[in-house]
Design a protein around this ligand. Structure first.
Ligand code: SF4
Ligand SMILES: [Zn+2]
Length: 341
């Protein structure tokens, strides 16, 4: 049975609660870097018809999508609702759709252009970052966006790993590293920057292999991305990763592995901004260490993300670090089955 069939079967079993179509799935403010300085970032997750691919092993975003494709008016109301949430004098706007902002079946061209034109008029918005799969990054689409927006634009692509075998057999992502580099080239010639999302510890990998894959991926992706954002896998409901977790076959990454990947990654790619927001850190379904040190280590990762200074990791320690080193050493012999919860 193919991974796609397994994932489809899991999807059909889920009970989905739908939200009103004129409300975004989520909106929040946080921090990001703009020209090396920390600045407010407003994040919007639009409620759309959802990702056209919808086949990744760790992705539960499909359950955030709308029952019926939202109308232009619904999407504009979602936009207005979200924009009203940020009062700062200047900020970056990050757009997610639980899919691809540049896919016309999620956000129609006229809706996209109206949103971007409004952002053009809004002087408080300094830069717009939008998530998309690489197949929607075309010269035509980007020149349309650049013309409507008239300010800095970045495409954020969920590359996950630079290793085609891991992306296919552990994530089922449905595109290749060369699709990503091709999209990056299209972006470069349209004066659009690229952010690459990488995934720490997809299923079926040992702690050590996953950590080394992250380090290699940072090194490989850096020439094609101005920013790399490292997502530490957390267990989302209704996914293959969730089923494996419930059976004891999957453990989210150790925070120590993330620290190591950030330290080595920054050494390998000093000119690239490398960030990570350890969502769900300290919980069993999120990246975690022993329970005692999780808050401190997660906070250090957040501080690194806005300073890019690995010195923040220097004095971090805990008794569990030795255990983590043993896990990294021995888990390859269990073929990825977790040794420690
Ligand atoms: S491409 Fe992105 S949104 Fe679509 S299924 Fe994969 S992770 Fe989820
Ligand atoms: Zn600890």
């Amino acid at each position: 049975m193919s991974l796609t069939t397994v994932i489809r079967n899991i999807r059909t079993k889920q009970k989905i609660k739908f939200n009103p179509p004129d409300r975004p799935t989520a909106v929040w403010t946080g921090k990001d870097l703009l020209d090396g300085k920390p600045v407010t970032a407003l994040t919007i997750i639009f409620q759309t018809s959802g990702c056209r691919w919808n086949n990744c092993t760790m992705c539960g975003y499909v359950y955030d999508s709308a029952r019926l494709p939202p109308s232009h008016e619904d999407l504009m109301k979602q936009f207005e609702h979200a924009m009203a949430r940020c009062k700062d004098e200047e900020f970056i706007l990050k757009i997610f759709t639980s899919g691809s902002f540049l896919d016309d079946s999620e956000i129609g061209p006229s809706t996209r252009i109206e949103m971007l034109s409004r952002l053009r008029e809004n002087d408080r918005v300094k830069k717009v970052i939008a998530e998309t799969r690489p197949e929607y990054v075309t010269d035509e689409k980007l020149s349309e966006v650049r013309e409507a927006l008239g300010k800095r634009f970045e495409v954020a692509i969920g590359l996950e790993t630079s290793n085609d075998m891991i992306r296919k057999d552990c994530i089922n992502k449905g595109f290749s590293f060369s699709d990503f580099t091709g999209a990056s080239e299209v972006a470069r010639r349209n004066n659009v920057t690229v952010k690459a999302y990488l995934m720490q510890k997809p299923p079926f990998l040992s702690e050590g292999i996953a950590m080394n894959d992250m380090i290699n991926s940072i090194n490989d992706a850096a020439p094609f991305a101005r920013t790399i954002s490292m997502n530490l896998c957390n267990v989302q409901k209704g996914t293959l990763v969730d089923e494996m977790f419930e059976r004891g076959d999957y453990r989210p990454p150790w925070l120590w592995s993330a620290v190591e990947a950030l330290k080595v990654g920054k050494e390998l790619a000093p000119g690239t901004v490398i960030m990570s927001d350890p969502v769900g850190a300290g919980s069993m379904r999120g990246p975690h260490n022993c329970g005692k040190c999780d808050d401190d280590v997660a906070e250090a990762i957040r501080i690194f993300s806005v300073t890019q200074d690995t010195a923040v990791f220097k004095n971090l320690d805990c008794d569990c670090k030795e255990l983590w080193k043993k896990v990294v050493e021995l888990e390859d012999f269990t073929f990825g089955a977790p040794l420690v919860k």
